[in-house]
Design a protein around this ligand. Structure first.
Ligand code: TR5
Length: 143
């Protein structure tokens, strides 16, 4: 399929036109080269508290609570909505890892799991991650 750039902003496809900004955003979302991808590959530092062949957990750099840990899959899934049926056991495994980490951190049964999906929901790093938050009282709704 041929892309014909006609201006700095627009690319004409045979039947559709998209703004370059949109294409770039999608390329960015699909990128494997996020900071979390680098952490998963051992190319960037993090305070890792758990790892196995499918996922790892490390301390959030800007904690929102006394205990704030992120669980990420080694597989670079950008957002939860990009996960597929074949990722079902990986997603389940991440939740069980969250349980293990919460126990390891002495949180008992008082912790919260959060997944921000997409920019509009507050996702800032486009490598799927589950926040484990605890160590203080947690109000609801989270806002
Ligand atoms: O907003 P979302 O749900 O995408 O969460 C991203 C989380 O990643 C935030 O809570 C950030 O504080 C956290 N974060 C961002 C970086 C980072 C990190 N946690 C640990 N290590 C990090 N490094 C090395 N670099 C970051 N940019």
């Amino acid at each position: 399929m041929r892309l014909v750039p006609v201006s700095g902003e627009v690319v004409i496809l045979p039947a559709f036109s998209y703004s370059l900004a949109k294409l770039n955003q999608r390329d960015f979302v699909m990128s494997e080269d996020t900071i979390f991808g680098k952490i998963a590959r051992g190319e960037a530092d993090a305070k890792i508290v758990y790892e196995d062949d499918q996922c790892l957990a490390f301390r959030d750099m800007f904690p929102a609570a006394p205990m704030h840990i992120l669980v990420i899959p080694r597989k670079p899934i950008p957002r939860l909505c990009d996960a597929e049926e074949t990722d079902a056991s990986l997603l389940g495994h991440m939740m069980l890892v969250a349980n293990k980490v919460a126990e390891q951190e002495g949180l008992g049964d008082k912790f919260r799991l959060v997944i921000n999906n997409g920019e509009g929901a507050g996702q800032s790093v486009f490598h799927l991650h589950m926040h484990i938050i605890g160590g203080r009282d947690l109000s609801w709704p989270p806002g």
